[in-house]
Design a binder for this molecule. Sequence first.
Ligand code: ATP
Ligand code: LTN
Length: 331
Amino acid sequence: MAKKVILSGSTATGDLTLGNYIGAINNWKSLQEEYDCLYFVADLHALTVAQDPKQLQERCKSFFAQYLALGLDPDKNTLFLQSHVPEHAELNWILTCLTPMGYLNRMTQFKDKSSQTKNINAGLFTYPVLMSADILLYQADVVPVGEDQKQHLELCRDIVNFYHNRYGEKTLKMPEPHIGKQGARIMSLQDPSKKMSKSDENEKNFVSIIDTPKKIQKKIKSAVTDSDTVIEFDPENKAGLSNLLTIYSVLSGKSTEELVNEYQGKMYGHVKVDLADLVCETLKPVQEKYHDLMKNEDYLLELMAKGAQKARVRAQNTLKAVYQDTGLVTL
Ligand code: ATP
Ligand code: LTN
């Protein structure tokens, strides 16, 4: 039987954070043995925020190297850049013409992001439609994402329903979201009421996977906790400490209860020191691999080209069927 298709991506708006690693990439990695996985760098999505062209170009290469360094295997998966497969932008247009404005108006990520930005572009508003195109081009069965993307996945499912009602059910597959239980939402280190984001203006809010050990130590030690001293896992009343315990738990493989027992009678500072060491230790081999990869740009570009070629064949098949369904003349 054919393997199930898994697809996911991350927006190239900064370096990957511990949140992305724990909430997404770690999960992607565990799926690569059993499934037919496609993972891409969402560089077109990054353009919804003003980007310096030179910086974006460098970042996309670095981002791709970060995927590889975190353990995504280019032989087991299809790894590519979104803009290298033009069918994403083409299907995006067809789906934009099917999506009611009212549905997009409900998207909370748009509301959050547009309230923080002065110049809001139409791409930020239609962002989830491009995301639907990404998924539907490859007939993905399952889309592993963090909790923040759940609403976008629901919109994608609505779009599939619209499409099925208008053009029939043979071309587009209905995708299912897959949201990991633990670590689905890692919070900001300075403001544990909001999620950790790689594009956060304040870099103290996140740990990037390529931060130096010194920076990692500093950021974790200065993470905001409460003024109490009792070690408890209580995300509502002790959001800062609980966030640190969640990260600790995922990276160590111990449950949060085990950690709470282990640190009973100790101070928050002890948790921070040990966690900072664990994060540095976990990221050490990742960073070594990353720096090696970055020394060899030709190799990175070669892998990108191979990934894009594999992805394109599949994307073209779906797009052709969509063009036929919608009444466009195909040659
Ligand atoms: P941006 O700051 O540009 O919004 P981001 O850090 O929120 O970026 P995305 O590229 O939007 O990251 O997300 C990539 C993947 O990582 C998605 O599956 C998303 O759900 C997951 N993810 C992002 N932030 C977190 C987080 N704080 N905790 C857990 N998972 C996360
Ligand atoms: N919007 C996603 C990144 C993304 C994505 C996708 C994830 C773009 N296209 C398709 C899954 C499937 C985010 O995590 N911000």
